[in-house]
Design a protein around this ligand. Sequence first.
Ligand SMILES: [Fe+2]
Ligand SMILES: [Fe+2]
Length: 334
Amino acid sequence: MTQEKLEIFKYLEGWAEENMLTFLKKVEDSWQPQDFLPDATSKCFTDEVKDIRARSEGLPDEYYVCLVGNMITEEALPTYQSFLNSLNGTHDETGDSMKSWARWTRSWTAEENRHGDLLNKYLYLTGRLNMKQIEKTIHYLISSGMNMQAENSPYLGFIYTSFQERATFISHGNTARMAKVHGDVTLAKICGTIAADEKRHEMAYTKVVEKLFAVDPNTTMVSLADMMRKRITMPAALLYDGQDNNLFNHYSAVAQRIGVYTTKDYGDILEFFLERWGVGEITGLSADGREAQEYVCGLAERIRKLEERTQKWSGSKCSQMMPFSWIFNREVEV
Ligand SMILES: [Fe+2]
Ligand SMILES: [Fe+2]
């Protein structure tokens, strides 16, 4: 990041105050995990837990694999806050900086913190899961960290977070729909509420990228192409439970098969953002910017073709059963 680029983010601090921080909810107006959980101080507590357990019987193992994977991804929140604080020009310089970028990062983290907390507690109460294995996986994942390949650049960083928030919005939205189909309306409400947060965060990050396209179209275009060439890696890519060296791929394969998050979604997200940011219509670019624009505008189509080929291939391949430690090594088709 050159001094000139750092100046852009300094200049945008006031803009972020008025256009980004406004997407956050006040603590007093926010939902908390306890709103969706049995009250441990109430006489009805054990009955309510029994209800959760009864409803959980209707949900298949493959669904639990996806939901647990999503919950573990949320629980690795320290990694994502570290990531945001690695970005030059927008990081929290003191830990309690009053600059708008830093305030966003802390409040965003506080909002996100409820996601893993709520899912973790609810899943624990179902009594169907190997919590020790799940906790070990969280421990491993936070210890491993994650390189989002943003190279300390807020241009790359905010493109990454836009994608991630939309991906989680889609994924939690799908687990909500499936919970409803399987008869657990409380779980559907939980996943739906989390999905709504992700949507709000997506809107904030996409607004930042939209602004970056307006003030510095060339760097933003080159950054978008750069991020897409590297591919947006999922934050749980280093998933490990102490047993399965290929756990992320196995979890992703289940998510793909039952439709919680698919390669088609990845292409759709790119297409959505190309439209949202009007990427094809941006003018005034230099040669490298135009080359980047051409690349990203053609990419959605290439991803779609690749996806169709993968679909055909997976339709013809033999299914394989994999044990997942999170569900006591019961086997699920991947
Ligand atoms: Fe989240
Ligand atoms: Fe999120």
